[in-house]
Structures are given as C-alpha cells and as structure tokens.
Ligand binder design. Structure first.
Ligand SMILES: *Cc1c(COP(=O)(O)O)cnc(C)c1O
Length: 356
C-alpha cells in the first residue's frame, strides 16, 4: 500500500553521470561538489555522487545535511544557501564549508565555531550580476578585513551564482571578474585564494568549449547529474543520461470523453479559466497524482503519444488516444520530471521514494 505516486531514482545512472561530469572537470583542473537538494538530500543519491568522483556533498538545507549525516554519509558537506543566523549552531557543528555573503553572519559563525571548538571553511559569494546573494565587487576589501579577524572560520575562496534569480549566464567575462574579486579579498584577508567556485550546471558549457577562465577550480553540480539537462542553457547535455529520475502514477479511470467540457466555464480549482478546443471524443485516463504531489507542468509522459490535459490537487488527466493502447485501473504511467517537478515530488509526503 501507499506505493504510488512514486519517485523512482536510479542511483547507477546518477553515479555514471557524476563520473562523466567529474572527469570533464578534472581535465580542466576542477573539482565538483555533488548537489543533492533536488532529491531532498537522499543518502543513496549522495553516496552515488561521492562514488562518481564528487569531492563532497552540497545541499541548501541543514535538514537535508542532517539526514545524510544521520544515515552515515561521510561528506564533507557544503551548505549552499547562505545561512540563517538561527541555524549557525548547527552549521558550526555539522558543516565543513559554508557559502556566506554578510560580515555579521561571518562574525556570528566564527563565534559559534569557537564555542563548539570546530573549524569551518567559508566561500564568500560575489554577485556577478544575477542579483541573488553575494557581496558587490567593491566590498572586497571590507570583507577581507572581516575575514582577517576570524579565529575559527577559514577563508577558502569565492563563489558566484548564475541563472538562479535572473537567468544571467556564466561567461568568460563574469567568471574572470570573479577570480579578480577573489584575489582582492584574499590579499586583504592575508590568505591564499584556494577556491574559485564558478557556478553550477549552467557553467559546464564553458568547460565543454574549453573556455573556462584560468583560476576557476570548482563547480557545484546538481541538475546535470540528476537529470542530464541544463535548464538555464535550454539544452539536454548530450554526454549525460536522462533517465535517472522518473515519476510513476497509477491509473484510476479510463474512458473516452468529449474534449470540450459541457456547460458554462468558470475558473478551475486553482483560479484559472481553462480553454478547450473541440477535438471530438478521445480516450483519456486519470492517474491518482496531482498538485499535492508534483508540479504537473514539469512532467513529460514517457509514453509516446500521451499528452497531459490538466491537473487538480489529486488527479492528473492525460489524453492517451494517440498511444494506440488501452488502459485499465491499476496500470502505471511513467513521467520524466523537470527540476521543479522533481523537487516537488521528493518533498511531498504523499510520494513514495524508491531507489533502484
Ligand atoms: C542549487 C544550487 C546549485 C546547483 O545548481 P544546478 O543548476 O542544479 O547544478 C549550485 N549552487 C547553489 C548556490 C545552489 O543553490
């Protein structure tokens, strides 16, 4: 019971994709942190990434890091989201590398680390134009001075985000700029610049084209390893496998119905007014999965000829006329999720996670 909807994860594929990405990076002298947040820090996913050559596990959530540590995943662990002051006690005790952008938080983390007699590495985030987290480049000296005062927090280097809030792409120009800011911070902190963390999946194309600026030596990669896609670059990555993550749902109704609803049309359950074209009677199925389980717009049916008609909280309706097949209650339909749908499915308590 409670087997469906199901999020099916093939850790062999995740391991193989990790290996492909880490080898590509290694050729350019770069290392890779495997990013597990898309699958809520599943310990088996983390293990597959580490076996595939990732130097550590990065996640945005302390709760996910806690989950992996409790399951015996070795780490090291990097916290991707700049920390909430309220979670610094956990961070000091459990996280090896932290991304940071505020001097106040840096001081508070240093105090926590001293209290718990632990060392912690920091990567200072620099805003190279995407306008999410990060210091502005002209704050380099001031941040360096704050780092110089730290006793238990060690400056490792700098990092930047691209394609997150604003869709700004990583380029040779903005990544060279990041390296330059890193050197400034290091000089003012009186430390070496060990790490320049040049982004995520969307930075891989620069490596493929041999255009990664000198000095960038790390990436934090999730989407490419988990899905084989690069949403920011709008592409499937040709050398990576796509089928590591699938969503499965069970058929609860199958009948031929008109394509145009009968009656006056108001808003649907989510306040939208749908528009339907009359295509005559067509075969459709309902699977027992809806908005409480996934983001239906992010699903692609694996079955050729099947198209999603719509979804409510608990039901997903699919046109299967062109599949040339018949269906019965209890049949299972498979879907490829995009990153958002995968994230939602792995977060929903109604979705059963199955590791292959
Ligand atoms: C999620 C995240 C990543 C990984 O991004 P992908 O596009 O999945 O590779 C990298 N860095 C930060 C800060 C993130 O939050």
């Amino acid at each position: 019971m409670f087997e469906y909807p199901q999020l099916c994860i093939d850790t062999d594929v995740i391991g193989k994709n990790s290996r492909k990405v880490t080898e590509l990076c290694k050729k350019a002298g770069m290392s890779v942190w495997g990013v597990t947040k898309g699958l809520s820090g599943h310990p088996d996913v983390a293990r597959a990434m580490l076996e595939g050559g990732c130097i550590g596990i990065a996640d945005s959530r302390c709760l996910n890091i806690h989950r992996m540590k409790s399951a015996g995943v070795q780490g090291p662990f990097l916290l991707l989201r700049i920390p909430m002051p309220s979670e610094l006690a956990f961070v000091a005790r459990n996280v090896d590398v932290v991304l940071l952008s505020m001097a106040e938080t840096l001081e508070a983390l240093d105090a926590e680390c001293r209290k718990s007699k632990k060392e912690c590495g920091v990567i200072i985030m620099v805003d190279m134009g995407d306008l999410r987290e990060g210091i502005w480049p002209d704050e380099a000296c001031r941040m360096g001075e704050a780092l110089r005062k730290c006793k238990a927090v060690r400056f490792l280097g700098v990092g930047a985000n691209f394609g997150c809030l604003s869709g700004v792409l990583p380029t040779e120009t903005n990544l060279s700029g990041l390296v330059a800011v890193g050197k400034e911070i290091a000089a003012s902190a009186g430390s070496d610049l060990e790490v320049v963390s040049g982004g995520a999946t969307s930075s891989l194309y620069l490596l493929e084209e041999n255009r990664m600026p000198h000095g960038v030596n790390q990436l934090r990669v999730g989407e490419a390893i988990l899905l084989g896609t690069d949403v920011t670059g709008g592409r499937e990555i040709p050398y990576l496998e796509k089928g590591a993550v699938e969503v499965l749902a069970e058929v609860v109704e199958c009948r031929r119905k008109p394509t145009k609803p009968i009656g006056e049309i108001g808003a649907d359950a989510f306040g939208r007014t749908p528009v339907f074209e009359d295509r005559g009677d067509r075969l459709r199925v309902i699977v027992a999965m809806g908005r409480q389980d996934v983001i239906p717009e992010g699903l692609a049916p694996s079955l050729e000829g099947a198209t999603i008609i719509g979804a409510s909280s608990d039901h997903l309706t699919i046109d299967v006329e062109d599949t040339g097949r018949s269906f019965r209650p209890g049949d299972i339909l498979r879907f490829r999720p995009d990153y958002g749908a995968m994230l939602a499915a792995s977060t929903s308590r109604y979705v059963n996670v199955r590791i292959l």
